[in-house]
Structure formats: C-alpha cells, structure tokens
Design a protein around this ligand. Structure first.
Ligand SMILES: [Zn+2]
Length: 469
C-alpha cells in the first residue's frame, strides 16, 4: 500500500528534486560570509528546502544559514532525519550539464542525485505523505538539513551546539538495509624529534623522502633522494631486484650524484589498507637494506619495527578485533623526511567499539619516546554504534525487507557516515545493493525506481516508528 501512496506523488517528487538539483550547492569559501557561511550555493539549497516545506504547511527553523530543520508531527520525543543539500564539485567528463537535471524514462541524472539530494527529497516526501494522510503522530519529526557534509561538517557542529538532539534518527546518506556501526576514526603523527649529528661520511645519505598526501588514502607513490658515494650500480641493481621480488613498479635515476628512487603502489581508501600497496613503506623497506646515515637509519628502522607490513596495528601493539566491527586498521598515509628536520609519519587509525584508544596511544607514545620519536594526536572520532537487535534498527530493516524481499542483515563499516552526528542513529539508504554507486563521480544518477522505493521504505518505517510506535 505504501508503494501505491508514493505513486500518487511521483510527479511532484521529480519536480521538487529537479529544482533542488538545479542549484550548484558546492562549498565556495571565496564567497563565504555570515549570510552564506559556506558560500551562496549551499545556502540557496537550504532555503529551497524551507520554501517547499512552507508551501506544504510545515514549520521551519534556520540555524545561522548553515543548517536548519523542517518540523512535523507532535509528541514528546524527536525523531531526526539527517540530510544534506551540499554536493561535491561536478568534476570533468559529464555527458550532460551536472546542474541541469536530465529526466529520462527511468532516471534522473545530475550531481547530487544519490548524494544526497535524491534521498533528502525521498525522506521529505515520506514525511509529507504521512502528514497529508493526517496520521496521528506520536513523535515530533525534525528533518535536519546540513550544508557542509562534504567538507567539514560545520553544519552539524553548529546545529547541535544549540538545537535539540533527536532521541532517535537516521541519515539517508549511505546504503540499505542499514549501517548500524562505524569504527572510531583517528589521525596522529609520529615525529622524529632530534636528528643525530651527521656522522662523518656515511656511504649513503638520505636527503629527502616523500610519499602520500592524505591520512585516509594508501599512498601510491614514493620518492627518495639518496646521495651515494660509491657503488651506485650495486644499489641500483639491488633496487631492481627488490622491485622484482616484491612485484612492484618503480624506477631509478641518477641526478648529479644523487640517486632518485621511485616506487609505485596501489592507492585504496585508508579504511582498508591491506587491500592497497603502500609505496612509501615499501621504499623504506628497501632503504633499510643499505647503510644509511644514522638519522635516516633511525627513521627507516622505525618503519620496519612498527609499520611495514602491519595493517592491523600488530606491530604497534594495537591489534584488536571484535566479532561485530572487525579489526583495528592502521594506514600510514603520509611519510616525509629530509636531512635537516628529520621525518614524520601521518597515521590514520580506525578501531572497533571496545578498543581502549587513550590507553593505546599513551602506551605507544611512551614506548617511542625512548627511540627519539614523539606523537601528535589529531582528530579522534569515537566509534558509533547501535545494537543490531535494537527494536529501532529492526523496525527500519523490516520496512526495507517488506518492500524489497531482501534479507541482507544490517552491517558495520570502517568509514564514517553522517549518522554519527546523532546520539542514537544509523545510516539508512538510499543506495540499494543493485544501485550503481556513482557518488562523487561523473554522470551521477538515481533511478526513478530507487527514488520511489526509498520513499516508500522511509514512509513505512516512519509510520511504524512515529505514528504506531
Ligand atoms: Zn552524503
């Protein structure tokens, strides 16, 4: 019956979505002001949502033009639906204008159709349809709309500073059936403190080393500059042999007495480093075989002892696993060294619920201090977790099952979704197992079937949770 309900609204859904997609709501700091905290595009998209809500008779509440909400229902508890209307830049290679939506028989094509404007409109219509049915709401509904999800989450940071935290909620910004747990995500730097005085005449001096640009990516390239006194040919031969034995691509060149070594790896997302090939750690592994100056040797040895070939924190003494959320993972996303300042490793650590983060950091810091290294903690987001058997999660999943017949269980991930802004919330759709995932890519589209099915799943679950429940 929910599907039939949604059918009556199909044209309206497409129409409203089309309007939202036509707004180029990309963050633009060069045009930021207090009226447009992350640029005019995201602000216009936020105002657009207020406009359709007011047209449909809902209340709205703006929070400094960076986030806000649409209000429906009545009751004690607030049920939150956390959406965002900013999008990533279009990028190149589109077959149509990314901000002029193309509507075909079965799809809508434009930037933001999947992430997150399509799901936002789907969730909005679920609330609107129930409201049009004059249901007897048992909860207040806040459709919370952010405008900075794709960058720094300034929207939700600002919003929850002053606004009510929903008792329960979901973020329609990922996949069905539901993501009920997300690992803790932290970054930290390991910094080489003091540089040993240059010993006289090391045979090989590491001048500089660079690999990787982001904590959350496995670096796919590494470059080392090594000043070589003699036996240049031997080193090059050993390097070729090393590449061969490790099935790596790479190259060497000599530039006025300096040997330039390059290794190619395989970049993957830092949440699953074992699936990639860390070019930086491999190149350090090679450098460990030659007789480097003391400072470089300390740096390289650190990598060998704690980092190389250890994707699950084993060598750092941080191995930890839970049945539900899996393993601690460690990605060494950035590695740099130069012969004046010493070196630095930039590490992205992800951990399941139950891992003693503070304790592990303190213990590791104490251990490496004795080796002349220190630690600088960056951001730490604690794990986000709702029991799979929680009636709330079960109700969402049941709505998904009723609509699709698919029995897939909700699952946990190593990445982070927008849902972690909620005290008790999960990511719920709107990608289906057979949806083509073109989020952040060219020619992003949503099928009408996906859009309408998501709407009816949201409709059924909101009915169960906020009208019956
Ligand atoms: Zn998103």
């Amino acid at each position: 019956m929910w599907k039939e309900k949604v059918q009556e609204y199909e044209d309206l859904i497409i129409e409203d979505l089309k309007g939202l997609l036509s707004i180029e709501s990309v963050r633009d700091d060069s045009k930021a002001s207090s009226d447009n905290p992350v640029g005019p595009g995201p602000r216009r998209a936020l105002d657009y949502m207020y406009k359709i809500a007011e047209r449909d008779g809902f209340g709205t509440h703006d929070v400094d033009h960076i986030a806000g909400r649409i209000e429906a229902g009545s009751g004690e508890d607030v049920f939150g639906i956390l959406c965002h209307v900013d999008v990533v830049p279009a990028g190149d290679g589109w077959e149509s204008n990314p901000f002029e939506p193309v509507i075909t028989d079965d799809k809508v094509i434009a930037r933001g159709t999947l992430d997150d404007k399509g799901p936002t409109i789907a969730a909005y219509y679920a609330v609107k349809i129930l409201n049009d049915m004059n249901v007897n709401w048992k909860k207040r509904i806040h459709i919370i709309i952010g405008t900075d999800e794709e960058s720094d989450w300034l929207c939700t940071d600002r919003y929850f500073k002053t606004e009510e935290m929903p008792a329960l909620g979901f973020a329609p910004d990922a996949e069905f059936p539901a993501i009920h747990g997300e690992k803790g995500i932290s970054t930290f730097d390991v910094i080489q403190n003091e540089k040993d005085e240059a010993q006289d005449e090391p045979e090989y001096e590491l001048r500089s080393f660079t690999s990787g640009q982001r904590y959350n990516m496995v670096p796919d390239e590494a470059v080392a500059n090594v000043a070589v006194k003699e036996n240049m040919t031997d080193v090059i031969q050993n390097f070729e042999q090393f590449l061969y034995e490790n099935h790596l691509e790479g190259e060497s060149a000599v530039d006025s007495g300096v040997l330039v070594l390059k290794v190619q790896g395989k970049a993957v997302h830092g949440m699953d480093p074992s699936k990639g090939v860390n070019a930086g750690l491999y190149l350090l592994n090679f450098l460990a075989t030659i007789d480097l100056d003391q400072s470089a040797a300390n740096f390289v040895n650190f990598s060998e002892r704690y980092l190389f070939n250890s994707h699950f924190g084993e060598k750092m003494g941080m191995k930890y696993h839970t049945e539900i959320m899996g393993d601690v993972t460690t990605n060494i996303g950035m590695i740099s060294y130069n012969n004046n300042d010493g070196g630095k490793f930039g590490i992205n650590l992800r951990y399941p619920e139950g891992f003693e983060f503070e304790e592990a950091m303190t213990r590791f810091e104490n251990e490496i201090q004795q080796l002349g290294f220190s630690m600088k903690l960056g951001k730490n987001q604690v794990p986000h977790y709702v029991e799979k058997d929680d009636p709330f999660v079960q109700t969402l999943v049941q709505a998904y099952r009723n609509q699709t017949g698919d029995e897939t269980e909700p699952y946990t991930i190593g990445g982070g979704t927008y849902a972690r802004n909620l005290d008790k919330g999960v990511a719920f759709g709107a990608m289906f197992s057979d949806s083509e995932d073109l989020m952040h890519q060219k020619n992003e589209y949503i099928t009408k079937k996906q859009l309408f099915n998501a709407t009816s799943i949201y409709l059924e679950s909101l009915y169960a949770l906020c009208v019956e429940g």
